[in-house]
Design a protein around this ligand. Sequence first.
Ligand SMILES: Cc1cc2nc3c(=O)[nH]c(=O)nc-3n(C[C@H](O)[C@H](O)[C@H](O)COP(=O)(O)OP(=O)(O)OC[C@H]3O[C@@H](n4cnc5c(N)ncnc54)[C@H](O)[C@@H]3O)c2cc1C
Length: 320
Amino acid sequence: MAKELWVINASETGELNREFESLTAKAQNITAGTDYQLCAVFIGTRARERSGCSMVWFDKIYCVETKEAEKQGTAGYTKTVQALYEKYKPEIMLFTTDRVSNVVSASLGIRLDAGVIAHANDLRIEDGRLICSIPTYGGQAIGDLSTKTSPQIATAKVTTAVPEDHEMPAMIKIEQFVPDEKCRLRLVKLDRTYDDSVNIENADVIVCAGFGIKSKENWRKIKTLAKRLGGEAACSRSALRIADVPEEQYLIGVSGKTVAPRAYIGFGISGSTQHTCGMKDSKLIINVNNFEENTFFDISDYGYVCDAGEVLDSLLKQTE
Ligand SMILES: Cc1cc2nc3c(=O)[nH]c(=O)nc-3n(C[C@H](O)[C@H](O)[C@H](O)COP(=O)(O)OP(=O)(O)OC[C@H]3O[C@@H](n4cnc5c(N)ncnc54)[C@H](O)[C@@H]3O)c2cc1C
């Protein structure tokens, strides 16, 4: 039997987002020329719809169209993936880095007594084993990690890329899969504390705040500027504290969103690997930083050595 690498879609919204597509493209890339079959796993009430849209990317699709897993939240998804694993025994299981996937992958690791590598920003296969690149020492170095256990499980956020179309796969449909065990957890209600209208992933222009903006007042200026440019405001991890906004919506980087806008304008950002891996595919990168040797300038199209607040004031005047 061919070895299988699974890309698992357990997203809360049931959408095929850019992160899943990038992970699929990377999985296509690393399995090419190996004896791995590339498979997708879709779980939830809209599983069939999602598998239909992405059929051309995979060799095989496991489609678990069930309301049960969704009702039980992350516990339901975990049990479903575990039951699928026990039946089909894939070698490698890859997840994106959204909230549900983080919990499901970690819980699965515990249940299967397998190591889980979290937040890889690159992947490759060597001698049949999955090797994950992980930024370390505050993003100053990149380490290679692999697990010795089986299955090999990882969550990854990789560079934005578009999957290539394959020939149509053999569709394996598993109807109304209901986990055996009684679950003590049940998702009663999903109460979002944030405004769904903010969507940095689809923005054409992103004005991003770093810790160097220093004040809430400058954050307000960043939001105004973003609005005037027809875009969205976003944050580095350190700026979240200043802006006081939810990371689920505003954070760019390895543990936040992956974006590729037509223009990214950063203010007071040092450009750690954890941040840049989420925005380095932006078409035009502009950065304002008061430190001349800031390494973020190295990947910028335009760099301005200035005080963030002063440049914001000037741009707001010009866009009045
Ligand atoms: C596991 C893990 C996951 C992480 N995930 C993410 C992630 O998803 N996204 C993310 O962003 N980070 C993430 N981080 C944190 C990351 O390592 C950095 O700490 C963070 O990105 C730094 O944010 P910053 O550049 O805004 O702040 P700093 O590193 O503090 O940089 C501030 C910058 O502002 C400049 N500056 C200071 N004053 C001014 C001024 N007046 N005008 C202009 N410039 C000024 C400084 O020169 C400096 O370059 C993660 C870290 C870990 C360990």
